[in-house]
Design a protein around this ligand. Structure first.
Ligand code: FES
Length: 103
């Protein structure tokens, strides 16, 4: 089960950084944290900013617009002005590609 969609070639994902991709028309952010890959919606839950334009430090992504921070592993909103967590997606790596479960 699940609705696994190929999002990116693993080698295209920068280490310890974030990249924005479009998966089935949805803006998704992919993160590399200590050899693990995580995925979330790319559009901030606070305003129309892309988290992939922000700054990843460890497992925290800082929104470029008002500096709200999310935990990219859990999607949890960590500080003001954020009031809503961000949706995260299960990730698997197969055949050198990053797949996310869009179901
Ligand atoms: Fe992201 Fe305001 S738009 S913190």
């Amino acid at each position: 089960p699940g609705n696994w969609i190929a999002a990116l070639a693993l080698e295209a994902l920068p280490e310890a950084d974030v990249i924005g991709v479009s998966v089935e028309g949805r803006d998704i952010a992919l993160y590399e944290v200590d050899g693990e890959v995580y995925a979330s919606d790319n559009i901030c839950t606070h305003g129309h900013a892309r988290l992939s334009d922000g700054f990843l430090e460890g497992r925290q992504i800082e929104c470029p617009l008002h500096q709200g921070k999310f935990d990219v592993c859990s999607g949890r909103a960590l500080c003001a002005p954020l009031t809503e967590d961000i949706r995260t997606y299960p990730v698997k790596i197969e055949d050198g590609r990053v797949f996310i479960d869009m179901s």
